[in-house]
Design a protein around this ligand. Structure first.
Ligand code: G3P
Ligand code: CA
Length: 277
């Protein structure tokens, strides 16, 4: 699809806030995403998982143990269970600040975030802010994540086929699973898909991607080892969105190679380095 394959101009490198401005605020919280928007991020990245009662929530790990004061798999918990947990204080601990008393803490820094709330935040922003949604555990749920995702995106008007095709959709879906992207594209072909890659397998070394996918999502390690991958993907007509680009030298590499988007925990610093701040 032309919208998906069109590359921005050479200077238009997009800065994507990975789990929000997650260096400064607890990842996947409303506070982290508000900060990313304030910092000028072009797009927000989030991981989504399905709760036991069918809600899509923004949580990276299979379990809530690392990023909350609770325990257990997201898929075994209901949204009401997650709503009782503190998803923010671990960050204060990790940053070696005094852990705040939850009672006096801003709920936007501590509450579980639903994808629905994040879509609202983006819809209410006073400028265009894109959303890059990564489906996690897609195999286990055999289509339910994508089904729920398409339904939610439809409610926000992102799957409307009558939309102006010359404006790229503000939402895209990413996955390490080609199968998840295939399901998504089958249900909502207007949503761009990003194929995430941890390693450059022989199958995709020449820049090709799974059918219907228009954007390559290599990890920065791939670019360090195979810098010519970017040119190959571009020759094949694809954009290249690279994760997770936090170090100055890696930002430099991405700029030199002409990647289309960098996904980073530090959107403000990266924008400054790129002269966009
Ligand atoms: O943006 C892609 C990147 O987030 C993939 O890795 O583990 O941070 O979800 P992970
Ligand atoms: Ca992710």
């Amino acid at each position: 699809r032309p919208v998906q394959d069109a590359r921005p101009g050479p200077s238009a490198i997009s800065v994507v806030a990975h789990r929000g401005a997650s260096e400064d605020a607890p990842e996947h919280t409303l506070a982290a995403y508000r900060k990313a928007i304030e910092d000028g991020a072009d797009a927000l990245e989030c991981d989504v998982r399905l709760t036991a009662d069918g809600h899509l929530v923004c949580v990276h790990d299979r379990r809530v143990n690392r990023t909350s004061n609770g325990r257990g798999a997201v898929s075994a918990l209901e949204l009401a269970d997650l709503a009782t947990l503190d998803f923010g204080s671990w960050k204060a601990d990790a940053d070696d600040h005094e852990a705040p008393d939850r009672q006096h803490e801003d709920p936007e820094r501590t509450s579980v975030l639903t994808l629905e709330r994040l879509l609202e935040l983006v819809a209410d922003a006073d400028r265009r802010v894109e959303l890059a949604i990564e489906t996690k555990h897609p195999t286990r749920w055999a289509g339910q994540v994508e089904e729920r995702l398409v339904e939610l995106l439809g409610r926000f008007g992102h799957t409307d086929p009558a939309k102006d095709a010359s404006v790229p959709p503000p939402v895209r879906v990413m996955s390490f699973s080609a199968r998840s992207l295939h399901r998504l594209r089958a249900a909502a072909p207007e949503i761009p898909a990003v194929y995430l890659m941890q390693f450059l397998t022989p199958r995709y070394r020449d820049g090709r991607l799974p059918p219907g996918v228009g954007i390559a999502g290599p990890g920065i390690r791939i670019l360090r080892a195979h810098p010519d991958y970017v040119a190959r993907a571009h020759r094949a007509g694809h954009q290249v969105h690279v994760w997770t680009v936090n170090e100055a030298a890696d930002v430099e590499l991405c700029r030199d190679l002409g990647v289309d988007a960098v996904i980073t925990n530090r959107p403000k610093q990266v924008r400054n380095q790129l002269g966009l701040g």
